[in-house]
Design a binder for this molecule. Structure first.
Ligand code: ADP
Ligand code: MG
Length: 559
């Protein structure tokens, strides 16, 4: 360590202690702050509550001049500025909710009193550019940066204008921060903001204390009542898709003697803040809400989150379950999903400018719901954190399906993706593997590839299932922003080149389970058990893997 870096480290530790009152940095904060201070661009991906604000607030103090903070949440803007002022830091905010005379006072301050930080709503920033010319801008911070990307889950058109910032203030360092951006969105943020050479910091998204459970949504109310039996007065949130269902679920809970309240954007503001207060102060343990609830709520002892309906994408799901267990103690996320949820969510997406993209993310959400391997592995890989170990703290790890050695299938699929130069979406990859005689395959000359027809023996639907399993295991990734093409992850490369083994769920097993559950007569159960035994026997006689004999699809046909 050079003495110069030691000096700087001492300096930022001093700022941390004297201005913010903290003794040590949270994971990644120091690295991010040091990078910002060198004048480089930075992309910081850090979970909610991870301490993103400090990553631009501390450099703002270290730099000469003013840091401009773009933030979409007007309510949170005020909270942050109040907290900074309370710490004796000269900061202000500017947005359309302020009276003109207040706005004017802020601008006066900006040019005369050397504000260290100015928070601005993205819509308002262009009114101010003119004033920015008269001051020294040290840093531009874009909070909730996923809003800039149409691939993100909360796209705000006002954010797209922000790419002009880099042109207006060339050479001024930019830091973009967000809690939820899949890999595609991360790339898009860097491109959209023109953040050349941005250094990327992705903090771990793992919340090992959260037990993840996903179930089909039959008789959800009954399942919820069962779930709540052991929960006594613990705090929890039930998320519903519609305002109406928040009301009806809350009523049903109250009828069963639970203390619960509904919350949605249609309730008057005053009443909403009363409900929120009662929840935060443990007077109401259960809130049944739309996703309007929870943003900016800092409550550490939420013990469980239930999704009454499937969320519209994995980012939303992760953000919502992440509101439980912030104190690090065990917490539970329980999600229900059904075909009806999918239909409803499709309707919401239809006709919107980002329809295709939203539908692709919805598909991915459904694939996650139907996952046959560790949930946590699927989630973390989705956010670009490569994890190969099973977590042992989710429904699948607790009662795993039967697995087969899927190494050969996985190799075939990965090598097809590689030979297609990682340029094709799932449908085409499967067509090529199956040696389909369709026009598009021939137009592109794919019938000449070595990989063509290498998985002919596997039915289309089954192959699709295996691809989805590989997505959930973090072997493959979908690049939503580039026509949904499939790409390989580092794990895929280990499978192709280092002989890494892969387990895939045996697709016959879920079918048998369903039949067993439904079967009232012992006979039916017998039949399937015989089928299974027969399959094993035939496969071993023929010297082929069992999946070749019957598959999910063929069994369904037999039914
Ligand atoms: P995020 O924006 O990532 O959701 P915040 O910046 O709002 O998170 O920080 C969450 C909380 O953590 C705040 O109460 C903040 O004061 C606190 N915090 C941030 N950094 C530290 C630190 N190094 N030590 C202790 N507390 C911290
Ligand atoms: Mg924040």
């Amino acid at each position: 360590m050079t003495s110069q870096t030691t000096t700087q480290q001492n300096y930022i530790h001093t700022l941390l202690k004297t201005h913010f009152g903290f003794d040590s940095f949270r994971p990644n904060q120091q690295e991010i702050i040091e990078n910002v201070l060198t004048g480089n661009n930075t992309l910081a991906i850090m979970p909610t509550g991870g301490g993103k604000s400090l990553c631009f607030q501390l450099p703002a103090l270290a730099f000469e001049g003013t840091t401009i903070v773009i933030s979409p949440l007007i309510a949170l803007m005020k909270d942050q500025v109040d907290a900074l002022n309370a710490n004796g830091i000269n900061a202000a905010y500017y947005n359309s909710s302020q009276l003109p005379e207040v706005q004017e006072a802020v601008l006066n301050n900006l040019t005369t009193s050397q504000l260290k930080l100015l928070y601005v709503a993205p819509e308002s920033v262009w009114n101010l550019v003119h004033y920015f010319q008269d001051i020294e801008i040290s840093l531009i911070a874009i909070d909730e940066a996923h809003c800039i990307s149409a691939w993100g889950h909360d796209f705000r058109p006002a954010y797209t204008q922000l790419n002009r910032l880099q042109k207006e203030f060339p050479g001024t360092p930019i830091i973009a921060l967000t809690a939820t951006a899949d890999r595609a969105t991360q790339d898009d943020i860097v491109i959209q903001l023109g953040m050349d050479g941005a250094q990327r910091y992705v903090s771990s998204f793992d919340r090992p204390n959260l037990y993840l459970d996903v179930r089909p949504g039959q008789q959800r109310m009954q399942q919820i009542l069962q779930f709540l039996k052991e929960k006594e007065e613990q705090s929890g949130i039930i998320y519903c898709l519609s305002r109406k269902s928040t009301q009806s679920v809350a009523e049903k809970l109250i009828a069963k003697g639970f203390k619960a309240e509904a919350y949605h954007a249609g309730i008057e503001a005053e009443e909403r803040s009363r409900i929120q207060d009662d929840f935060i102060n443990d007077r109401t343990p259960i809130i049944v809400a739309t996703i309007a609830f929870g943003m900016g709520i800092d409550k550490s002892n939420v013990r469980w989150v239930i999704h009454y309906n499937m969320p519209k994408n994995i980012e939303g799901y992760y953000q919502e379950i992440g509101r439980s267990g912030r104190d690090g103690l065990p917490a539970q996320g329980l999600m229900f999903y059904s075909f009806a949820d999918v239909i409803m969510l499709r309707k919401f997406a239809e006709g919107t400018p980002t329809e295709a993209f939203q539908l692709a993310k919805l598909d991915r959400m459904q694939q996650f719901a139907e996952a046959l391997s560790c949930r946590r592995k699927a989630l973390l890989n989705y956010f670009g954190e490569h994890k190969t170990q099973d977590c042992g703290n989710c429904d699948i790890c607790k009662s795993p399906p039967q697995y087969i050695d899927g190494t050969v299938i996985a190799q075939k699929i990965c090598s097809a993706v590689a030979r297609l130069q990682e340029q094709e979406a799932m449908g085409m990859v499967i067509d090529v593997l199956r040696g389909s005689q369709n026009a598009q395959v021939f137009e592109k000359g794919y019938q000449k590839l070595k990989t063509f027809g290498t998985a002919r023996e596997i039915p289309w639907k089954d192959l699709q299932q295996y691809v989805i399993q590989l997505l959930n295991q973090g072997v493959l990734e979908i690049w939503f922003h580039e026509k949904g093409r499939l790409v390989l992850t580092p794990t895929a490369k280990e499978i192709l080149f280092d002989g890494k083994k892969v387990q895939l769920a045996d697709l016959i097993q879920p079918v048998i389970d369903v039949v067993k559950k439904k079967a009232t007569s012992k006979k039916r159960k017998d039949i399937f058990e015989k089928l299974r035994a027969l399959r094993t026997k035939l496969a071993s006689e023929a010297g082929v893997p069992a999946y070749v004999i019957f598959s999910d699809a063929s069994l369904q046909d037999m039914e």
